[in-house]
Design a protein around this ligand. Structure first.
Ligand code: 13P
Length: 263
């Protein structure tokens, strides 16, 4: 089975309505003509999701296959949770995927793997693609504990799912020390953890881990993506800063196309 290759852009809390519209327009225009086999996923901030979904639907050169993702969701289906956004809301507006467990949510909003696991489960129930993020902090790597940390994260968040559900998750390995720091994991460092994650997922998914896309995230940009994407257990990237510049993000798509099509 050939594992899907995915390049996903996480815009975080960047852009305004005009910038978001322009960025989406550039991506939609390119993808309709040129996307090939690589799946593009774009995660704008909540207020710009509806416009992004419409832009994808109305792509001038035919239907674009970009999947629009949210950057977070609530773990309950509805209720008195002021300011929160539910999975059914996202689904009703055509959002197809959602990032969960990003390290910034863990760090600034106290998100635990228990909560993240509930989000993954709810997303799957409603047919949205969860993009589950895991990864160790700097001190955990320096102390040589990164495998334990990542293993605990994965087992806590995904352990209660059925093997069929686990097989539907996209995982992103995002070492916290590499996010927004300009410090990238070397291809070898990333490959080592990706292979480890795949081995952990093997039992959880009932032997279907080979088909689970595992994306690398952390200062990934056109200058360093070639080496990273060339690794066998790296199935694409979850991109922050470089996803805010259309040319860079498109270049990352092209690199993924070239490397993974040749593989
Ligand atoms: P940077 O690419 O800016 O390091 O961010 C990575 C990330 O957190 C994507 O979710």
């Amino acid at each position: 089975m050939k594992t899907r290759t995915i390049v996903a852009g996480n815009w975080k809390m960047h852009t305004d309505a005009t910038e978001a519209g322009n960025l989406m327009e550039a991506l939609v225009g390119w993808s309709a003509a040129d996307q090939g086999d690589v799946q593009m996923i774009v995660a704008p901030p909540y207020p710009f999701l509806a416009a992004a979904v419409e832009q994808v639907k109305k792509a001038a050169d035919g239907p674009s296959t970009i999947i629009i993702a949210a950057q977070n969701c609530h773990q309950e289906e509805s209720g008195a949770f002021t300011g929160e956004v539910s999975v059914p809301m996202l689904r009703s507006m055509g959002v197809g995927a959602c990032i969960v467990g990003h390290s910034e949510r863990r760090e600034y909003y106290g998100e635990t793997d228990e909560v993240v696991g509930r989000k993954v489960s709810l997303l799957l129930k409603h047919g949205l693609q969860p993009i589950y993020c895991c990864g160790e902090r700097r001190e955990e790597r320096e102390e040589g504990r990164y495998r334990d940390v990542v293993s605990t994260q994965i087992h806590t968040a995904l352990g209660a799912l059925s093997p069929e559900e686990v097989a539907k998750v996209v995982v992103a390995y995002e070492p916290v020390w590499a996010i927004g720091t300009g410090l990238t994991a070397t291809p070898e460092q990333a490959q080592e953890v990706h292979a480890f994650i795949r081995a952990e997922l093997q039992a959880l998914s009932g032997g279907m881990a080979a088909g689970i896309p595992i994306l690398y995230g952390g200062s990934c940009k056109p200058e360093n993506a070639e080496g990273i994407f060339a690794e066998s257990d790296i199935n694409g990237g979850l991109i922050g800063g470089a996803a805010l510049v259309a040319e860079k993000f498109i270049e990352l798509m092209r690199i993924a196309q070239r490397i993974k099509t040749a593989a």
